[in-house]
Design a protein around this ligand. Structure first.
Ligand code: PGA
Length: 899
């Protein structure tokens, strides 16, 4: 072991931040883990680096690993995980600059170059809605405490960048960073207890407090300068946490109430702080400035009669606003504000009443001097925050599975004596029956009926939603997502359930019906995506729905990336989503309403991951129209919104992409669009056939997957409140998409991100056409870029090492051979159509990033395999299970977008 060089920890990168942090980590391992662990770690690391570099004879990584005791193994894995975390941090520091063109000024300039004036941009923004929607999908393996330490290191490094050697407290920055790394080293990375929905709600609140609340108003202020005008508040934030109960029995009415109450507390808490600070700032005296009557009136109404402030009407008015906000806090959350006011006051009835008072102040300030006090600065940002976050903070979506709705409606109809067996009716009979019920305001439910647990819980949650509307306003819940939607009756069933709580009102006496919450279908299999335009056309064809949709001006459709991928493979899913969106556009045009697509995507490529900027821009023409919602999940939330700087960059990229996708003229000629689409149909068909043959048509594939990957162990990770699967079935069809993608990533196969593409590409004769598509078609370019990333992170050499875990070796060899062949074909096909000699040749930043990581992942994979073997052989030392879970965490951290 000793012959290997003992370089400083770790020397394989030019990135000075990584070298710096790696050196400190090495010191920490030595100080806290001991010299022996440090040496072992360093030995394995440098052997792995040599191997990755192709140094001759450097294929003995396992030898170093064999020498590790179980305790050392756990410590080693933690060391490698921390290194990856610190490398991510260093990379993020470089990546804080936006993708080229992904800022609003560039988007406006690009549009102007196409002859699209700023006025058109402003007109679009008046009807726009752009919403990242945060979910608790369980793919974030890191504990919040670890992320917090990491963020503190990032802050300290920023301080160092500014030329400082010491913190404000006189501490040396390098020592402070070393201390944070030592804390990371001593922080348990795995959760001992399961996560509750309440924990997920609290976790996401931190992102609101630290990022969204301060960043959004500041971004708007910047955009107003670019646009020369003040657009309405089109960029908002949504959440699923506390409302998404699809497959999560732990989300019920209590959780919905808790989520909204905590959101309200955070929003009003933010306003209270801001108003308090304004009070300190606005010391304008009537002796030195003219103050308009409206402000004087507001001051008079405040009840603040302190003699010391007699000539300071702004301060008095603000004391009144503060007092009313405190009363609002008490009224809405049941708790006194953290710093209560001494003045008696009535609560605000709604956020617009608060906004009105703030605007009076702003107009007062604007009437003096050049108005600079009013528009820029803290007051302008506060008004923007109130418009954006209201009293509810984030709009909370509801979500449930269509099967559940069907059962609930069946029970309601049965108990009401309307229909004994709803489930036995065909689609036409269902629609007729549901429409009849929707045409009257008489509810189906009775206080005296005794319902089953499911129906009781579902009814309780819609009643909680109706109460939320009364308490926090109608913006608190606007969408109800229907998972596995496939028919018109799926949509009508939700309207029936909403009606039970008064959230659907039948149009009586000639008035139009009203839906206070929009039923939104989520189409998520290949067949359902294909049928989506038909379903929506039929839905819009119902006069009561047409009336609602026309009055609202838009309707949302959600499309699911992960499940369509699991169903039909990467390319067919990507193409199916594109085609469904495209085919929906004329259906919406015919109905005279704007289309609002909601993209349900995760971080991994097999779940729609990749550059959001490129993805939005690659949407088919006519399908964005200024309105878009996109899920943000798991590890992506910390990556995109973990600090203010990155949050600002990502929110601006989303906004710019939406503007470009909505207004930019179509780059492709009709002729190219037609021939590319024909080619894509064929390619997609080829990829679909190959994927389905392997995954659903191969004997023993299910067992192969369950034994090769750590799928069973992943299910035991305590990373989310919802159970890993909806049913006890082990069928791949019934497995949730997240563990499917996650487990393939761990074994480095990453099959959902590429399998089948190679078959389709190699069978497609017109290679020139493929190259043309890759060069000129944003859709295809974006699809190929994501494919390339996932191929570069996969490693079939390592994946092969997992093979002994499969019991039926003969079958395993056969299946693995097909996967390996598919990989080579995909790899070769991709290089051919992009004209490259190696993967990522044209993306040096990503190439460097991945190349730096690989040597750190490989030993983790090898250890994982060993531990899995021992675990499955029945060894019951708890450290083995812990080691497996740690290795899963460490590999996910190193791969970044793996979940
Ligand atoms: P779901 O999400 O299983 O909650 O529908 C799928 C995903 O986001 O991958």
């Amino acid at each position: 072991m000793q012959h290997r060089r003992m370089a400083s920890f770790p020397p394989i990168t030019q990135n000075p931040d990584i070298r710096f942090l790696g050196r400190l980590l090495g010191d920490v391992i030595r100080a806290y883990g001991g010299e022996k662990l440090y040496r072992q770690t360093e030995y394995i690391r440098s052997a792995s680096v040599d191997r990755a570099r192709g140094v001759a004879g450097a294929d003995l990584v396992d030898t170093g690993l064999d020498a590790l005791s179980l305790d050392d193994t756990l410590a080693f894995v933690r060391g490698f995980m921390l290194f990856s975390m610190l490398a991510n941090l260093a990379e993020d520091r470089q990546g804080i600059t936006a993708e080229p063109g992904a800022d609003l000024a560039s988007a406006v300039a690009a549009l102007e170059a196409h002859g699209i004036a700023k006025e058109a941009v402003l007109a679009l923004l008046e009807r726009a809605l752009i919403v990242p929607v945060l979910t608790a999908h369980p793919t974030e393996v890191r504990r919040k405490s670890m992320i917090d330490h990491k963020n503190r290191i990032a802050d300290l490094m920023l301080l160092m960048d500014s030329g400082r050697a010491e913190t404000d407290n006189g501490e040396k920055i390098e020592e402070a960073i070393a201390r944070q790394i030592a804390l990371l080293w001593q922080t348990r990375p795995l959760r001992r207890e399961r996560l509750y929905v309440q924990d997920e709600i609290e976790n996401v609140l931190a992102y609101f407090r630290d990022s969204f609340l301060p960043v959004l108003p500041a971004l708007y202020a910047k955009w107003e300068r670019v646009l020369g005008a003040r657009p309405q508040s089109f960029l908002r934030v949504g959440s699923w946490i506390g409302g998404d109960r699809d497959g999560n029995p732990n989300v019920q009415a209590d959780q919905l109430r808790f989520a909204l109450a905590r959101g309200c507390e955070a929003a009003i808490g933010h306003y209270l702080d801001a108003v308090h600070a304004l009070g300190a700032e606005l010391s304008v005296s009537t002796e030195l400035a003219h103050v308009p009557q409206a402000v004087l009136d507001l001051a008079e109404r405040s009840g603040d009669n302190a003699p010391s402030r007699k000539d300071e009407p702004y301060r008095r008015a603000i004391a009144g606003i503060y007092a009313r906000l405190c009363a609002t806090h008490l009224a809405l959350t049941g708790k006194a504000a953290p710093r209560p006011s001494v003045l008696p006051a009535d609560p605000y009835g709604d956020p617009s009443a608060l906004r009105r008072d703030l605007v009076i102040i702003a107009q007062g300030l604007a009437s003096e001097g050049d108005g600079a006090l009013a528009t820029g600065g803290a007051l302008g940002r506060l008004i923007r925050a109130v418009e954006t976050f209201g009293f509810h903070l984030a709009t909370l979506d509801m979500r449930q599975n269509s099967d559940v709705h069907e059962r609930v409606v069946a029970e309601l109809l049965n108990q009401a004596g309307v229909e004994a067996d709803y489930g036995a009716l065909d689609e036409y009979a269902r629609i007729a029956l549901l429409r009849r019920e929707l045409s009257t305001n008489r509810p189906l439910g009775s206080r005296f009926a005794v319902y089953g647990e499911e129906t009781t819980s579902e009814l309780a949650i819609v009643h909680a939603a109706a109460q939320a509307h009364r308490t926090y306003g109608s913006q608190s819940i606007t969408h109800y997502i229907i998972s596995k939607a496939e028919s018109v009756s799926d949509l009508l069933e939700v309207n029936i359930i909403l009606k039970e709580a008064g959230l659907w009102r039948a149009g009586t006496d000639g008035a139009s019906p009203q839906a206070a919450i929009m039923a939104v279908p989520l189409f998520e299999t290949i067949a359902d995506l294909e049928a989506a335009p038909k379903v929506m056309a039929a839905y819009f064809g119902l006069p009561e729905i047409a009336a609602i949709v026309t009055a609202r001006g838009h309707q949302e459709v959600m499309i699911g990336y992960s499940d369509s991928n699991k169903d039909g493979g990467y390319l067919t899913s990507t193409w199916g989503l594109h085609q469904a969106s495209k085919a929906l556009e004329p259906v919406f045009a015919q109905a005279g309403t704007a289309i609002q697509l909601f993209h349900g995507r995760g971080g991994a490529v097999g779940r729609g991951g990749g550059s959001a900027f490129a993805a939005i821009r690659a949407q088919p023409p006519g399908t964005v129209q200024g309105r878009i919602r996109v899920t943000e999940q798991g590890e992506i939330i910390a990556a995109k919104f973990g600090t203010r700087d990155v949050a600002a960059v990502n929110l601006e990229a989303m906004t710019s992409a939406t503007l470009l996708a909505s207004l930019e003229p179509e780059a492709l000629s009709d002729r190219d669009a037609a021939r590319f689409a024909t080619a894509m149909d064929r390619i997609s068909h080829g990829a679909f056939t190959a994927y389905r043959d392997l995954v659903y048509g191969t004997d023993g594939f299910k067992e192969f997957f369950r034994e090769l990957t750590p799928i069973q162990e992943i299910a035991g990770l305590k990373i989310g409140s919802r159970p890993a699967s909806r049913t006890k079935s082990t069928r791949i069809e019934d497995l949730r998409a997240i563990p499917w993608v996650f487990s393939w990533a761990q074994a480095r196969v990453m099959l959902p991100g590429w399998y089948g593409v190679g078959h389709a590409l190699s069978d497609f004769e017109d290679k020139a056409l493929l190259a043309d598509m890759a060069a000129t078609w944003p859709f295809f370019r974006s699809a190929m870029a994501n494919l390339e990333m996932v191929l570069a992170k996969s490693d079939l050499g390592i994946a092969r090492r997992y093979l002994p875990l499969v019991q039926d070796q003969a079958a395993a060899e056969g299946i693995f051979g097909r996967i390996a062949d598919g990989w080579s074909r995909t790899h070769d096909g991709l290089l051919a159509l992009t004209g490259q000699s190696r993967l990522l040749e044209k993306n040096p930043t990503l190439e460097t990033s991945i190349r730096l990581r690989l040597p750190y992942i490989e030993p983790l994979n090898l250890l994982q395999i060993e531990l899995l073997k021992r675990h499955r052989a029945g060894e019951d030392d708890p450290r083995i299970k812990e080691g497996i879970e740690l290795s899963i965490n460490a590999i996910a951290t190193a791969l970044r977008n793996s979940g």
